[in-house]
Write a protein that binds this ligand. Structure first.
Ligand code: SPV
Ligand code: MG
Length: 429
């Protein structure tokens, strides 16, 4: 077996005895080459790994029985198999059924081309990195903060869901749909001023102060692990901003989003924006520069939200502001719009993404909701925020339940439209 080559593929985020079993078995058949899944490959079917590629590579390279580590860029083994033509591939026998069975078939038929063989040791039961990680849900704030930046470097588009409570945060955390080998899920949460205010029965005009919103945020972050972007309206008074940044970073928030409006705040989706004023470029840049100066970590991102289209100022003004905000230190640019189509934001991205000030672009498709993620990616957007949908879904559901009880003078008619008591009791494990 001296000159034989054995290929194994793994994520190796948390190394456990299951991995060691595979590596040991593989080493009995020849020289072990490990295909280490890249962050992009991993995040196509589960959460982004805790350790990045470089960190995982160092660990794996220092395992005695692993002779070489190469990147595996997709879940598909075939590109690496065709490259190194191994005599053997070793994989646990758990992939004979389920979503990976197709990959298994591809491996067998590719190996056949040069007479290679698939070896399938018995899968080590009850152990997986994902299971270990779920026990470690209490991420340290530092770990959580940096995830958003890593996602931006890994995913075509970072998908963000509004979360106004710990319970809605758990939906953003856990809901996913699987399609063959890939998984679709939310990558991050949006703390919205609109839905935080509505939840408290107050208008979205900053009457709900940051202290109250931060304390709600603590509860949400207690039970979730995904990164969060905080909608800070216009950031409040510049004299108070450094205190807010300190709290947000301590809580583990990954980004602050500030908008360039001043005066009594009005929600941007109101058709009547009279009385709303835009900040001067100079003053808004001062806020960005201050955040840049006081933040502890460069992984805590500064989002600048441009309201030119909302206030009818047009493309030229929005581009001028984007360049200035980017130069002042914004890490993300949110170009907001309340049009029914993405025409104006796409005209913006077409020019801005080619400029030397280009930064990752954020879209909030509340009014142009026919626009899908593929179209946003094609037009240069890297973050999409579904900014209010959890609250908008909850409100009519609760209202309908109340109306049904009034109409029928009992709750029976509701039973199959709402969660069973048993389901609610078992909701929180
Ligand atoms: C929010 O969700 O509070 C926002 C987005 O700021 S918008 O409602 O479109 O202004
Ligand atoms: Mg808001």
């Amino acid at each position: 077996m001296e000159n034989k080559i054995v290929y194994i593929a793994l994520s190796a985020d948390i190394l456990h005895e299951g991995h060691i079993n595979i590596i040991n078995t593989a080493s009995k058949y020849g020289k072990v080459i490990a295909g280490l899944l890249t962050d992009t490959a991993i995040s196509s079917y589960k959460n982004i790994p805790t350790l990045n590629y470089k960190q995982r590579e160092i660990v794996l390279k220092n395992i005695k029985l692993v002779k070489k580590v190469i990147p595996q860029h997709t879940l598909d083994y075939r590109p690496n198999l065709n490259l190194i033509k191994p005599d053997f591939v070793v994989h646990g026998d758990d992939w004979k059924t389920g979503p990976q069975s197709e990959t298994r078939k591809q491996v067998i038929s590719t190996l056949k081309k040069w007479g290679g063989k698939l070896i399938e040791p018995k899968y080590t039961k009850n152990i997986s990195s994902t299971a270990i990680k779920s026990k470690l849900i209490n991420l340290s704030p530092n770990n959580r903060v940096s995830i958003l930046k890593r996602l931006l470097n890994t995913k075509k588009i970072v998908r963000v869901l509004e979360s106004h409570s710990p319970l809605s945060g758990l939906i953003a955390e856990n809901v996913n749909i699987r399609k063959k080998n890939s998984i679709k899920q939310f990558d991050a949460m949006w703390s919205s001023s609109l839905t935080d205010s509505s939840l408290k029965g107050k208008p979205d005009n900053q009457v709900l102060d940051f202290s109250s919103r931060f304390s709600g945020l603590g509860d949400l972050l207690d039970v979730t692990s995904k990164p969060l972007i905080f909608d800070a309206d216009n950031g409040g008074r510049i004299e108070h901003l450094s205190y807010s940044i300190k709290t947000l970073e301590r809580l583990g928030v990954s980004a602050i989003m500030i908008e360039d409006k001043i005066g009594l705040k009005k929600n941007s989706l109101f058709s009547d924006q009279s009385g709303s004023k835009q900040d001067t470029i100079k003053d808004f840049c001062k806020k960005i520069q201050l955040i840049k100066k006081v933040r502890k970590s460069e992984d805590f991102l500064i989002g600048a939200r441009i309201e030119s289209f909302i206030l009818g100022k047009g493309l030229k003004d929005s581009l001028k502001r984007a360049s200035a905000y980017s130069e002042a230190g914004a890490d993300l640019i949110l170009i907001h719009s309340k049009e029914k189509t993405p025409k104006e934001i796409f005209s913006f991205s077409k020019i801005f993404r080619k400029s030397k000030y280009s930064k990752p672009l954020v879209s909030v498709p509340s009014t142009y909701s026919k626009t899908n993620e593929t179209m946003l990616i094609k037009n240069g957007f890297q973050i999409v925020i579904y900014a209010n949908h959890m609250l908008r879904a909850a409100y009519p559901a609760m209202e309908n339940a109340a109306i049904s009880i009034l109409k029928n003078q009992r709750s029976y008619e509701l039973e199959n439209k709402i969660s069973s008591v048993k389901k609610v009791i078992n909701l929180i494990k």
